[in-house]
Design a protein. Sequence first.
Length: 424
Amino acid sequence: MTRWLRVALATVLALVAWSGLVLFGARAGWWRAPAPAKNDYASVLKAAERRYAATSRGNFAMVLIDRGTMAGSYFASHGRPVDGDTLFQVASMSKWLTAFGVMKLAEQKRIDLDAPVSRYLRRWRLPPGDFDNEQVTARRLLSHTAGLTDGLGFLGYRAGQTPPTLEAELSHPRDAQATSNGRIRVGARPGRDWRSSGGGYLILQLLIEDVTDETFNAYMRREILTPLGMTGSTFVDPDPSRLADDVDADGTRISYARFTALSAASLFTSTSDLTRFLQAQCLGPNGEPPGRGVLTPAALEAMRKPEAFLFGLPVWGLGDILYAQSPSGGYVIGHDGANAPAINTTARLDPSTCDGIVVLQSGSATLASEIGGDWLFWRAGVVGIDTLAMFEARRLLMLLGLGGIAILAAGGLVAVLGRGPARR
């Protein structure tokens, strides 16, 4: 029995070591093609052009930022031409801008990020859940750690459908994605565990309106978008002359969705406006402070501080996705967006260097996030957790499974052969 225990322990240790090696190798990009040289922006743009040509029949806009300055761009379409001022609907990237709106209220002392959010809500209340609703705070809603288990995803409302009121949407979202639970309630213990919740940002939209006595879009335009120079951006009623065609994956033109969940999914913006948004989070060329007076540098730093964790790794701040640690210090931050049938967007920034990328597109469900993952590997030398989960999970499972089978087989063989000849 002692020999079997030794073999079993060695097998378990080998399995743990193999799993660690595979995960380390995946994060380090061992199975990826070598990234271009650090200053080779032309190769990065060319690779994006090839990806677009191979996978999309829609519209595409991309900007690369080097030390706060636009270093290159690529625009393509299968319909009306697009350029830096063309407006795209950016889905969940809307949440990043919404987070700026909430942080502005906190800096103005109009809300306390750590107070129960119920203190500020007048038109709707969280229904009873499995845990104390008073533990739901703006800080936890921003970081998806409030224990909400709705999992929302909003599909929006198409032509002929009237979006409901904000209160009705909070009580019963009629445009929930099929994979969503859809019930906005506290179904898990609030704290550090990350659970994606579009419902949480719907609550933050209500908070902004109830605190300011303004519509969400009016407040965001006045306090965030216009001061940052994002004058073409809006959560409602985009300029139709600047609007990119929305298309399905097969290239069929479709109408844009309208949303009650403006804060979570409805922002229309351009690469030019988002470039200004990224630049405003860095020290300006003439010494302008990060935040440009809309938020203080301290508020930006607070947004980048880890608040939510997955598998022990920091993944979210106060509205910022933390894609990976930057070689220069801090985190590469940003946000992706995706919505049916084929919208996918990303904006990512290394605040320590002011290097960044913006990709807006329709016609593919994953193209922008794939390119954003390639950019992260190029700039930071590491594969993001989002890329591993979305695009490399099958390879990881295969490597883990094949290695695990080989180790178990080897352990069993050693145990059998190590028994020696039978005693007479």
